[in-house]
Write a protein that binds this ligand. Sequence first.
Ligand code: DX5
Ligand code: ZN
Length: 519
Amino acid sequence: MFRLGIDIGGTKIHIGILDAEKNMVCHKKVYVRDMRNLPEDLRREIELLCRENDICYQDIVSCGIGVPGTVSRDGRSLLHAPNIAILPQNMAERMEGLLEIPVSLIQDSRAAAWGEYLCGAGQEMKSVICFTLGTGIGTGIVLNGQIYAGDLGCAGEIGHTPVKENGRSCGCGKRGCLEKYAAGGGLAITARELLGKGKTAEDLFEAAQAGNEKAQTEIQRAVEILGSVLVSVVNFISPECLLFSGGLSGQEKLYLNPLIDYIRTHCYSIGQIPKIARARLGEFSPLYGAALVPKEEKRKPQLSASIMCADLCDLKKALEEIEKAGIQYVHCDIMDNHFVPNLMLPPEMLNRLREITDLPFDFHIMAENPDTVIEQLKLQEKDIVSIHYESTPHLQRVLALVKERGAKAAVAINPATPVEALGEVLEDVSMVLVMTVNPGFAGQKMIPASIDKIRRLRKMLDGAGQNDIAIEVDGNCSFENVPRMYEAGADMFVVGSSSVFQKEYSVSRGTEKLLALLH
Ligand code: DX5
Ligand code: ZN
C-alpha cells in the first residue's frame, strides 16, 4: 500500500511516494512548462516514477496535493492561489478523474506542518506551528493532533500582519505586510533599495556576511519585526513547538538563530518556553504532509448503542428507540465469564434480534477462544466484530475469520494494552476499539489516561497513512467525556448508561444532546 504526495511550487512540482511505514520510497522534481496541462503531465510522470521504482500504480491508495493557496475545508477545491492563478478550482475532481485514486488538496504550509508533526521534528509533540520562510511567510498549525484551519479557513496568515503604515504594497491587496519586510520577497526589495537594481535577498546576506553594516542593520531590523509578531503568536497560543522551514531558514547565522534568540528572550514564560528548531525534513516536509493528509470527511461521529444497557425486558421497544434516534449501530457485548468477570448476551439471542431490527451490529467479543463465538454468529456485511488483542494468541487468524464470514474486523484493546502493540494488525482491521474502562460492566468511570491514548492512536494511524481506520471508544461515553474523546481523534462512541440510556429522557433526546456537543 502506497500514498502519493505532490507539492506544487511556482514552476517546480515535487512528487513523492510513501510506503505503509511512512518511508519516502522514491521522489522526483518535475518542471512543468505549461500549468494548463498539469493533470495530464502529472499522470504521466507518476506512472514513470512507479515503473522506475517497481511500484504497481494500483497499489497507490490515495493522493494528497500541497498547493500554494487557500483550500476549501473539505480539501476538494482550490479557493485562492495568487501565484498560480491558472490551476483549476475543481483540482481534486480533475486529478481524481485522471489519476483514478482519491485526491485531497491541502495548503502547502499546512502540509509542511503536518509532515513535520507526523514524520519530522514534531513527532513527539501534540501541537506544532511550522513557519515556511520563503518568498512569503506560510504557516501551518497542528493543534492537539489536528490541522487547524480556523473557522474561516485562513488560520496562519501572519505574513499579512500590517507592520508599516502605508508601507510596501502586497499581493493580498494591502500595504505594509510583514512578509514584505521579513521574508525572501521583502528582503529582495530591501537588497535592491540598498545595493542596487536586480539584487536579491542572497546578495543582501552576502553583503552582511562581508561586513556591510547597513546590510547587517537591515537584516537585524527584519529579524526584530518578524520576531515581535512571532512572540505574540507564542504568547497567544502557547504552542509546544515552533519550527522553521523554507529557503530563508537556511540563513542560520544571520537570520534564523538571531530570530530564535529574539523569541526565546521576549516571549512570556513561566519557566517553560516552546521547543524552537529548524524543520527536519527540509523541502520534503510538504511532500510528507500531503501524502498523509487526513481525510476531512472521516471525522463524522457515529454512535453504537450498548444493548446491554437497554431495558432487557423489552428489547423490541429498545431497538425501536435506537432506530428512531438515528443511532447507526447496535453494540452487542458478548462475555464468557472468563476473559471478563461477567456473562452476557448469548449469540443465539443476538441472532434472534435480527428479526426485529435492520441496524448493523457492532459485536464486542470479550471471550477466550473468540473464534468459537464467531462461528455461532449470523454475521452481515455491515457488521463490525471487535476481537480483544488480549483474548487470543492467533489474533491475525481470528480477524481473517471475521472477514471470511463477511463482516468488518476490528481489534479491541484493554486500558493496559499499549497502542503500539497494534502495529502488526493495522492492515487487517477497519477499526480499533479503545476500552476506556476495564471491560465487563456498564456504569464505570473512564480511566483519565484514555484521552491521551486515543490521541496517540490517532497520530499513529495517521502517521502510518491509515487515517481510514476508525477509532471506537467504549466505556463511560458521557456528555462530558465524548467531546474530549472526539477532539482526541475518536470517530465512534459506545453509548450506554452514561448518556442515552437514562430514565430522565428518551434515547432520542440523549442522542440529540450528545451530537450537539460534537460540532
Ligand atoms: C463495557 C461495555 C459497554 C459500555 C456501557 O464493557 O462494553 O457496553 O461500557 O456503557 P456505559 O459505560 O456508558 O455504562
Ligand atoms: Zn462494549
